[in-house]
Structures are given as C-alpha cells and as structure tokens.
Design a protein around this ligand. Structure first.
Ligand code: G4P
Length: 534
C-alpha cells in the first residue's frame, strides 16, 4: 500500500470508530451521572463519584480558570476522549445550569450526534427543548434516554407522546420499563422480547448491577414478575406494536426519529444496554458542507480531504498566569500530526499547531495524532475567531457558526471613565471573539451587551478586569428577547416598555420584555419587519 493509501486507510478506520457527541438536557436530569457511568463502563474510572465531585467543586484542578474555581463549576473542559468497547468516544461538554451560554450551542455544532436525557418525572423541559432545536437545525441525530425510572415518574407512554408533541420528532421505543419507582425491575428489549431483570448492588450505583435475562412469556417471566406489572407491560408492548413508530437507522440519521431508551443512571439500570446501542447506532464523522471563495457549496469528505478543522470555542485564561487563550478545534477531515503547519483562512497566515491537548477524563494530555471527530485545544495566537477554518489545503471555508437568540441583556460601562479607551478596545475585541453580542444605544454613547446566559456577562467582566485592567459596572436590563427592525424606524410604534438600540452594523434592534410584547409589536406594525436575531 502506498503511503497515501495507508494514511487514508488509517483515517477511514479511525472515522468508523469515532463517536463524537454531546449530551443535551435540562439541569438535574442526570447528564453528569450518565457521563460518569460511561467512564465507569469504559473502565476509565473504577468507582462512580469523581465527575460529580468535580461538578460540586470538590475536585482540585490547578490550572482551571480562577473564576471557575471560585464558583465550583466547569466551564473550561471542552471534551473528553476515551475508548469504549472498541470505539473511540469524544464527549463534548455542554455547560448547563447557570453556565448555560452561547458556547453550549456552539459546542453542539461540533457533535455528530446527541444524547437527550429526560427526567421521567419532569418530561421535556425548557433547556432540552432549546438544545434539541439546535440539533434539528444542524441535522444532528438524537438518541433519547429517559432517566430516573427508580423514582416515581410519569407513565412511559405519556413521556413518549410528549417528546413527539413538544419536539416534533417521531419517538420509537427500543426498550420498555417494567415497573417504576421502588418497583422498577428492569427493561424489556422490544425486538428480542427479552426482559433484563436487574438487581441493585449494595454499592448504590458505583458498580454494575446484576442482570438476568428472561424471555417475555416464559415460565420465569410469569413467576419472577408480579402479575400487575406483567399485565401492564404486555398491554403497553402490544399497543406499541400496533400504534408505535417503527425504528430505522436511516430515519434516525436523517433526524426523523429518535430511538428511546429507559433506565436509571444512578442505579445503572439500562445504562450499559443504552451505551452499547449508542455506539452501534450513532454515526461517525460525516462529510461537512463548506463554501468556496466563489460562493459555491461543497461537501468536504473526511477521508479524501487533507487536514481541516474549525474553531468552535475560544477559552480565555485557562492558566491565569498567562494571558494566552485556548481555541478548541473540531477536526473535520484528514489527519492531524503534531507540529503541523496549517493555513488560517480568514487571515491567510500559516500557523504551527504545536502542543495541542485533549482532556482524557481529568488529565490533560498532549496529542500527537488526531482524526475527524476529535477535538484539539490549541494556543490561540490571538487571531482566531469563532467559526474560523484551518486547513492544509486551501479553497474552502466551513460555514460560519450561527448566532443564537440572546435572552439576557445588560448595560455596561467602565467604573473609571479614564479607562474608556481600554474598555472600548476590550469589549469590541471580546465581542469579535464571540464572548458576547455587542449592541449600542442609538446615540452610540452606551454599550448594551446581549447573551444567551448570564455566565457570559460574568466572563465578560472577568476578562475586562484580567486582560484589559478595566473594572466595569454591569446593569442587567429587564428584556428577554429581541428582533432586528427592518423598514422605516420612524414609523415604528414601539411598545412603551421596549428599547431600541443598534448592532455593530448600525442596524436597529428592538429589545422586548417578553415574547408576547414582541408579538404584539409585530401585529401593531405590519409596515415594518421584526426579524429574529439568530
Ligand atoms: P445534571 O448533570 O443533568 O445536572 O444532573 P446530575 O447528574 O448532577 O443529577 C442531578 C441529581 O439527580 C443528582 O442528585 C443525581 O444523583 C440525581 N440522579 C441522576 N440520575 C438519577 C437516577 O437515575 N435516579 C435517581 N434517583 N437520581 C438520579 P443530587 O442530590 O443533586 O446530587 P447527589 O449529591 O445525590 O449526587
């Protein structure tokens, strides 16, 4: 085999084994617990409890951003890589809780698939819905894990219906729970009609549970499952056969159906079967669409195209003693080799990608080779912006990342007016990096910053202080949504509690207190257009 063919062969087999995904969920649905169980089942950690401890700030990692330590949250870890049953897993970190921000959305663009975790007692919640919407727009196939079956929850059929109604996707149950809450005994795998009967271990989820396999309808099924549970499950299974959605991998990859699994991440019931199905069903890296300089769309083949990647996240000051920042790249094609010199498309500069790192669980390691689907953290030489393409060969740019609808707004100014220049420079630079979206009062005298989550404001103030030596006053404004105003601004009859500002291209933007108020303004002003930002 020629050297070239050998490289392509290596890339092809790496791609087949890569699973790069994100977990989308509402806070507290069990994302951290499920991630931890994946590490447990991969053999990377021996007992559960580490990831949770890190989340709660009990885990000391010396080089994390100062603020992160202050708040005990993780905003720097971007991806973890580890092998699971012959596949290479890349789990992307999608910050939730109060650190939900634009990065959460942007990170999703780097995923090839997503796992949606739903709390069985709560159903589809707000953040899940927003994140799912991004997956839909990006054509990212989604697997569903309905969690916490060991607690009293809503009937499984209801939850399936809610996924379909609220998210507008077909849901197809791959397995079905037997009992719930204290009576949760295990799961029936539908296509084999096998009942996985779990027994809790004394270690409360730190180790795998014991499992027996019983055929539905066999004498064991009759003796080992209480009659009322058996009847219930048999009824549901029959109903699913008649009225449920069929599952096909093609429809899943097309984003038309989500396979649904039930379980309990805490007690490990249904966790291993879910992960096994996940690595089987989820796609490896696929071709990505890019634009040519003359405006055509082309598909970039991950094997045939030499190394290319794009920046999906910028992270400042992972080491507070240095001012450098890290850019996280998603490899889209070809093979990365250490010290490779690549072209940074927007600037045309050649850049050596030396000493990139990945996070293997908590430890950072230097990467020598990387394949499509992998995430590289590299030092930002100061010219990287979100969405930038880097590659060995020229001639295409990955699509710019979309802007996402801001949901929080604040007025910000320097405490010391003598620092105005440094402040202006800093805030404009940080907006260009994608840390916040920048708006201005119509007279241009005041800055209004917009973001998806409050954390972005904290990061903004922190970075202005650390990197530009400017203390700021930030006043959160009572607006919840916004729209670009297209048409004659003079004729626009704004609701009395709305505020009109302008964006960096001087386009007018209206800030509203509620979606209702925006809708009202739309109806009252048919002569102008209120366009969604994002
Ligand atoms: P998140 O990352 O999605 O925010 O959720 P996380 O995994 O941290 O889980 C939130 C809480 O729900 C945790 O409890 C966790 O133990 C619990 N949990 C997760 N999965 C299950 C499950 O399958 N069954 C049950 N009963 N509970 C589950 P906590 O009290 O907030 O923390 P902890 O101190 O118990 O860990």
């Amino acid at each position: 085999m020629s050297q070239m063919n050998q490289v392509q062969h290596d890339i092809r087999s790496a791609i087949e084994g890569r699973r790069t995904f994100a977990i989308i969920s509402h806070p507290d649905a069990g994302k951290t617990t499920l991630t931890e169980k994946l590490l447990l089942y991969s053999g990377l950690i021996r007992t559960a409890g580490m990831v949770g401890a890190r989340k709660r700030g009990k885990f000391a990692a010396s080089d994390w951003m100062e603020m992160e330590q202050e708040r005990g949250i993780s905003i720097t870890a971007s991806a973890m890589q580890f092998p699971y049953k012959g596949k290479m897993i890349n789990v992307l970190d999608t910050p939730g809780h109060q650190d939900f921000c634009e990065d959460t959305y942007r990170t999703l663009t780097a995923a090839d698939s997503a796992i949606m975790v739903i709390d069985a007692a709560k159903g589809v919640e707000a953040q899940t819905r927003k994140l799912f919407e991004v997956c839909r727009l990006r054509n990212i196939p989604v697997l569903t894990f309905i969690n916490k079956l060991d607690l009293p929850g809503r009937p499984p059929l209801d939850l399936m219906a809610e996924v379909e109604d609220v998210l507008g996707i077909h849901a197809s149950a791959i397995n079905w729970p037997v009992g719930s809450g204290a009576e949760f005994l295990g799961l029936v795998e539908r296509h084999t009609r096998t009942f996985f009967r779990y027994t809790r271990t004394a270690s409360a989820g730190a180790a795998k549970p014991l499992v027996d396999w019983i055929d539905v309808g066999s004498p064991d099924w009759a003796t080992r499952v209480p009659t009322h549970l058996r009847e219930h499950v048999e009824h549901d299974l029959e109903l699913l056969e008649v009225a449920g959605n069929p599952f096909s991998r093609e429809a899943f990859l097309d984003g038309k159906v989500t396979p649904v699994f039930f379980g309990s991440a805490l007690t490990n019931f249904g966790v291993e079967v879910f992960f096994d199905a996940f690595v089987d069903l989820a796609p490896g890296p696929r071709p990505r669409v890019a634009d040519t300089p003359d405006g055509f769309e082309i598909s970039i083949d991950p094997v045939a195209t030499p190394f290319s990647a794009y920046v999906f996240k910028l992270q400042a000051n992972m080491n507070p003693r240095h001012r450098d920042s890290t850019a996280f790249l998603r490899v889209c094609s070809g093979r990365y080799e250490r010290d490779m010199i690549v072209k940074h498309h927007p600037s045309g500069q050649e850049i050596r990608l030396s000493r990139p790192h990945s996070l293997v669980a908590q430890a950072r390691t230097t990467v020598d080779v990387a394949y499509p689907g992998d995430i590289l953290g590299v030092i930002n030489p100061g010219i990287f912006r979100i969405g930038d393409t880097l590659s060995l060969t020229d001639g295409f740019n990955y699509k710019p990342l979309p802007q996402f609808q801001p949901e929080v707004f604040a007025r910000v100014r320097p405490l010391d007016t003598g620092k105005r220049k440094a402040f202006d420079k800093g805030i404009e630079q940080l907006a260009r990096e994608g840390a916040i979206q920048l708006l201005q009062s119509l007279d241009g005298l005041e800055f209004v910053v917009a973001a998806v989550g409050r954390l972005q404001f904290d990061v903004l103030q922190f970075r202005l202080r650390q990197e530009y030596r400017v203390e700021t006053k930030l006043e959160v404004l009572p607006y919840e949504c916004s729209a670009w105003l297209e048409g004659d601004i003079e004729t626009f009859n704004a609701p009395s509690d709305a505020l009109i500002v302008k964006d960096h291209r001087d386009r007018p933007v209206v800030l509203f207190r509620s979606a209702w108020s925006k809708q009202f303004a739309r109806e009252r002003n048919p002569q102008v257009r209120l366009l969604e930002m994002g």
